[in-house]
Design a protein around this ligand. Structure first.
Ligand SMILES: [Zn+2]
Length: 113
């Protein structure tokens, strides 16, 4: 898994774990398709994963176009998943701070954006 390779760690909620898991599997598959060996110096790896402006951001090295597309896809998907628990969520705003949350995890006082 990518976690151990990350110098910065995962700066997002556990609710996005499945999204991240699926993304790393797809990136691995893409790397295999491109003939890259796991552990090779040019194998894709994450340098930083975080939640920024209520969207999953995945920064990495050695990414090709197909991998960029997968990351883009996961980022778009993160907009519908509660960052806290992984249930279906929506964009909410509280004092200009955006987050994706289900009804249970909506920050008190926030409203749908
Ligand atoms: Zn939730």
């Amino acid at each position: 898994m990518y976690r151990r390779k990350l110098p910065f760690g995962f700066e997002c909620g556990d609710g996005w774990f499945v999204l991240l898991w699926q993304l790393s599997e797809r990136l691995d598959a893409q790397a295999r398709a491109a003939g890259l060996q796991l552990g090779a110096h040019d194998h894709p790896c994450a340098t930083q994963v975080k939640s920024k402006f209520a969207r999953l951001r995945w920064y990495g090295d050695h990414l090709n176009e197909a991998m960029d597309a997968l990351i883009e896809e996961a980022g778009a998907e993160s907009g519908t998943v509660c960052e806290t628990c992984g249930a279906p969520g929506r964009l909410r705003v509280l004092q200009h701070r955006y987050s994706i949350a289900c009804d249970d995890h909506a920050p008190p006082g926030s409203h749908p954006a």
